[in-house]
Design a protein around this ligand. Structure first.
Ligand code: NCD
Ligand code: ZN
Length: 366
């Protein structure tokens, strides 16, 4: 039986939500070996200001950090809490926020692009504003949900094109060219086009990749309409998955790292559509290990284990300038049964269960 004792890891993209969800979700992050998390700001209301005392009705970074800390987040060594980029974000907020130490990251959401993304601004507006320069000058990292917004269905997702490819072809080159010193994380990339963009651009640009995008393709979503696999950006084609797998299994690669985008929904399927987001809390390292094996790696080999550790444990803290963890946890190739997670706000269904599987090949040793 293969066992991997590896450093605790930084989930560089997750959603810990709010209310009765926050405590079980934070626990699921800690249970799966996280010593650090980046908690996305698409709460209701969004985390759109820095301090509580600042103007406006949105939540502050200060407030959201308190909520997470009080829900068990105080057991983490690092908590990264980006500001939601809205029409109210100003260069002064960025300069002051960075000075105070509270503002380290800003999240770009395409307007109306995904769950609670109704506050995002168009990328061309951001590019023309004084915000990217303020971020670049003050060392604030930009986390990007890279999908073009407002597209008609045939450009949004079709054989030769989709919203992510358009974004990485038309928007990102301009941003990186204009602000080469700006540190950017391309979140949850799903296509070969985005992967190639990250590979071929400067070292201030990196990317997170989710378990679902390494494991599945759009065929898995459509076969039986497995709506628990519906997340944004949507899973793509085999060639795209292969590009992601090649990227993460390249020896010594430093640009690609784990960010689960675990995003719980207690009501996934509604009468008028399906909420976007896959929940992988508690099981993401197990799913990543499964994906690395499906990509052809033998995790009992030292060189292959190192590729896995680079992706899961090393690259994200290195890019963020956070110390790697000196603590470890152990993954073992022993099947694990999974079940729904009860919360005060209803049950959450982990992704494999939603795919019709109540067992996964890897588990975390006690
Ligand atoms: C996320 C969510 O539910 O908050 N959903 C998703 O499909 N990834 C939002 C997001 O990260 O886009
Ligand atoms: Zn997300």
């Amino acid at each position: 039986m293969t066992t991997l004792t590896i450093p605790k890891w930084f989930d560089a993209h997750t959603h810990v939500r709010q209310g009765g969800l926050i405590e079980p979700i934070v626990k699921s992050q800690i249970d799966m070996g996280c010593y650090a998390i980046l908690a996305m700001p698409n709460t209701k209301p969004p985390v759109g200001k820095v301090r509580d005392a600042d103007d406006g009705d949105m939540w502050s970074i200060e407030h959201y950090r308190d909520l997470i800390m009080n829900a068990g987040g105080d057991q983490l060594s690092h908590l990264v809490t980006p500001l939601y980029l809205t029409k109210d974000t100003s260069a002064k907020m960025i300069v002051d926020g960075a000075k105070s130490g509270l503002l380290t990251n800003i999240k770009y959401y395409p307007p109306h692009g995904t769950t609670n993304a109704d506050f995002g601004i168009p990328m061309e507006e951001f590019l023309k504003s004084d915000l990217p320069k303020a971020m670049s000058d003050n060392g604030v990292i930009l986390n990007i949900h890279g999908e073009e917004h407002g597209l008609k269905a045939t450009s949004y997702f079709d054989r030769e094109t989709n919203a992510e490819e358009i974004f990485y072809t038309e928007r990102m080159p301009k941003l990186v060219e204009a602000f080469p010193d700006l540190k950017i994380v391309c979140e949850h990339i799903t296509t070969k086009v985005a992967t190639d963009f990250v590979l071929n651009t400067n070292d201030n640009v990196s990317a997170t990749i989710t378990p679902q995008h390494l494991l599945y393709t759009v065929g898995d979503l459509i076969l039986g309409l497995k709506y628990h696999l519906f997340c944004l950006p949507v899973v793509k084609f085999d060639a795209d998955r292969q590009a992601l797998r090649n990227a993460v299994t390249t020896p010594s690669q430093t640009k690609f790292f784990a960010g689960t985008d675990s995003a719980a929904h207690t009501e996934k399927c509604t009468p008028c559509g399906c909420a976007a987001g896959c929940f992988t809390g508690g099981i993401a390292p197990q799913l990543y290990a499964q994906a690395f094996e499906e990509a052809g790696l033998d995790l009992s080999r030292v060189d292959h284990e190192l590729m896995f550790k680079n992706f899961l444990c090393h690259n994200a803290p290195d890019f963020y300038g956070i110390e790697r963890s000196s603590e470890t946890f152990t993954l073992s190739k022993t099947p694990q049964t999974i079940s729904k997670i009860p919360t005060a706000e209803g049950e959450i269904t982990p992704l494999p269960l939603g795919m019709g599987m109540d067992t996964i090949p890897w588990s975390i040793a006690e």
